[in-house]
Write a new protein. Structure first.
Length: 306
């Protein structure tokens, strides 16, 4: 089961007073989608919900100093993962929002997963730790083709072949890369990451599965991403991960959200598809939704450990 909606960007501002001067720093996180999991006729008991609340509260507290954490309580298993380039503050904001959203959207489900641009969170009454999960799977892509079709599939696939080969061996199972298009200034950007409860082999398997999926849905598009509970892969025509301020794309470079009104308005339309399967991979169904837009890049902070 999934809820379809227009993704939102959540903003949190921190005020610090130093030498009688106030500085306001704002951190934003962008919500993609979520999936409530479990048989339709099996709802969580009051005791399960109580234990889940305690577990999610504990998970939120750990996000203050960890970018990855998994834990269990009375037969409930939960895990969060923040993207490898985001700061600790953004990670904390993202996980706090994720726990609140899942509590509201999946109030009686025994399992759920939620994806933000900057993090993911999941829980289940089945122990999924260390097991690559390919479903539910969220596919998002730009409906327009690349502005440079001559760059072909080979260049894009080559960009990701190197990432998929290297990221499983990285300490954070995270990698980014870019490629130059032709002889001009154009560049293409890629990112992959695995959940750190996986071993190298499982991470490689997960990313390889998604890379195969791109050839069916996404290659040749202006931008796309595929997200699962265990790994994710993303490609864009602009730099969306950590970078220096001087390299940051201007607002004119960012894709415009189609609001569905106004003649002659140029927009970048995105399609979102979520493929939902049980935790055991028994069935799959497809739901389609409207539009989504991108968040700005954020500062980098790498952390490891449980």
């Amino acid at each position: 089961m999934t809820f379809l909606h227009k993704p939102t960007t959540l903003l949190l501002c921190f005020i610090t007073i130093f030498n009688f001067v106030s500085f306001i720093a704002c951190q934003s996180v962008t919500y993609n989608d979520h999936a409530c999991l479990g048989p339709d006729n099996e709802t969580a008991t009051a005791g399960y919900i109580s234990n889940l609340t305690l577990l999610l509260d504990s998970m939120s507290s750990k996000a203050s100093d960890k970018s990855f954490y998994n834990d269990s309580l009375n037969g409930i298993y939960s895990l969060f993962l923040c993207r490898g380039d985001v700061s600790g503050d953004v990670c904390r904001v993202c996980i706090n929002n994720a726990t609140q959203t899942l509590t509201q959207m999946c109030p009686s489900d025994r399992g759920a997963v939620i994806w933000y641009d900057q993090c993911l969170l999941q829980y289940s009454d089945i122990n999924f730790f260390g097991q690559p999960q390919f479903y539910p799977r969220l596919l998002m892509w730009n409906t327009q083709n690349s502005t440079s079709p001559e760059e072909g599939n080979i260049g894009t696939l080559g960009l990701f072949y190197s990432l998929v080969a290297q990221a499983p061996y990285d300490e954070n199972m995270f990698g980014t890369n870019e490629m130059v298009v032709g002889n001009g200034p154009g560049r293409r950007y890629g990112l992959v990451q695995c959940s750190r409860d996986l071993d190298v082999s499982s991470c490689s398997s997960c990313l390889g599965e998604l890379l195969n999926q791109t050839e069916e849905c996404c290659i040749g598009r202006r931008g796309w991403r595929i997200l699962t509970p265990s790994c994710f892969i993303r490609y864009e025509m602009y730099s969306f991960y950590e970078q220096t301020l001087s390299d940051s794309p201007g607002s004119a470079d960012l894709p415009q959200v189609d609001q569905g009104a106004g003649k002659g308005r140029k927009s970048t339309r995105k399609t979102k598809v979520i493929i939902v399967s049980s935790m055991a991979g028994v069935f799959a169904s497809v739901l389609v939704a409207g539009f989504w837009y991108y968040s700005s890049s954020v500062k980098k902070r790498k952390q490891t450990g449980f």
